[in-house]
Design a protein around this ligand. Structure first.
Ligand SMILES: C[S@@+](CC[C@H](N)C(=O)[O-])C[C@H]1O[C@@H](n2cnc3c(N)ncnc32)[C@H](O)[C@@H]1O
Length: 295
């Protein structure tokens, strides 16, 4: 059966054409995986731009899988020490950043903000210099469905909460209230597009696999992975695919295996084990860290 996965076409838009490099770096805080997978052995992860695989390969044997061959080849190059490149996500963000002066955001002010390490000072600075009505209006307009629809196919928007701009601003503010800017590479990447250099190469401990995650996990021996980092691959996937992937993860995981799944969606009220607030990228509504047997 062919997987119904929005990411399979390797493009954000709905135009026919070649698969593209979508992510030049990852916006998922790999320290969550690093901590949750302590003492674990083999890890299955989504390759994306390679940051998670490369960081985890220091302590684990890693299989890095991606359905987009262009993205997989890039992750493999980075793991061998090649420099970072810009993907479609970075191009969109870079275009959005050209509008920042309209909101009164100057690079010198952003640098001053990013140099702070005291979260109380950060929130004071955010509220007094950055969270202006012009920023709020502009950001919410950029994150509105009609504008996002110009760049993203419908499947990539279906899971976003209503008033996504306001929701995302709230997540960012929570992040600035919790994580020190000075030591937060994700804040620098989002606000200035900097800090995207490749991590130290670790190709030796990573096996790169071009496949759909569910199909590949179904084909591997039972109980062969101790941990799974699945990015947000279920955002935009059909519900049948969700069930299939989670079944494949349960089968391929050892008894005590851990799975980490992210989503841009807002968390349901009763969600236990949500680590979204711990993720220094501050973008996620859900970062689930679970034992695979309770999936
Ligand atoms: C889900 S996207 C999101 C990017 C991510 N949040 C980040 O910060 O890098 C990450 C990667 O997952 C890959 N992907 C999506 N669905 C997949 C699937 N079913 N199997 C394997 N890879 C998949 C995409 O091709 C993409 O390279």
């Amino acid at each position: 059966m062919k997987p119904k996965v929005a990411w399979q076409v390797g493009r954000f838009d709905s135009w026919a054409g070649a698969q593209r490099l979508l992510f030049g770096r990852m916006y998922e805080d790999v320290e969550i995986e690093h901590e949750a997978f302590q003492g674990k052995g083999r890890v299955f992860c989504i390759a994306s731009a390679g940051d998670t695989a490369i960081r985890l390969a220091g302590e684990h044997e890693v299989v890095a899988c991606d359905i987009n061959p262009v993205q997989l080849a890039y992750a493999e190059r980075r793991a061998s020490g090649s420099p970072a490149e810009m993907g479609a996500a970075e191009r969109v963000m870079s275009l959005a950043r050209t509008l920042l002066p309209l909101a009164g955001w100057r690079v010198s002010v952003l640098r001053e903000f990013l140099a702070l390490s005291n979260v109380t000072e950060q929130i004071f600075f955010w509220r007094n210099h950055l969270d202006t009505w012009r920023f709020r209006a502009g950001f919410d307009a950029l994150m509105s469905r009609p504008i996002l629809r110009v760049m993203y196919a419908a499947q990539f928007l279906s899971f976003l909460p209503p008033s996504f701009g306001a929701v995302l601003r709230k997540r960012l503010e929570k992040g600035f209230a919790r994580h020190s800017n000075a030591s937060n590479p994700y804040a620098r990447a989002l606000l200035l597009g900097e800090g995207c250099e490749s991590p130290p190469p670790r190709a030796g401990n990573i096996r790169f696999v071009m496949a759909d995650a569910a199909s590949w996990l179904e084909s591997c021996p039972c109980r062969c992975f101790d941990a799974f980092s699945l990015s947000n691959i279920l955002d935009g996937a059909e519900s049948a695919y969700r069930s299939r992937l989670l079944r494949a993860v349960r089968r391929a995981g050892t008894k005590e295996a851990i799975v980490i799944l992210r989503s841009f969606a807002e968390p349901p009220e009763a969600l236990n084990g949500n680590h979204a607030d711990h993720d220094r990228s501050s973008l996620w509504g859900i970062v689930e860290v679970r034992r695979t047997h309770i999936l």
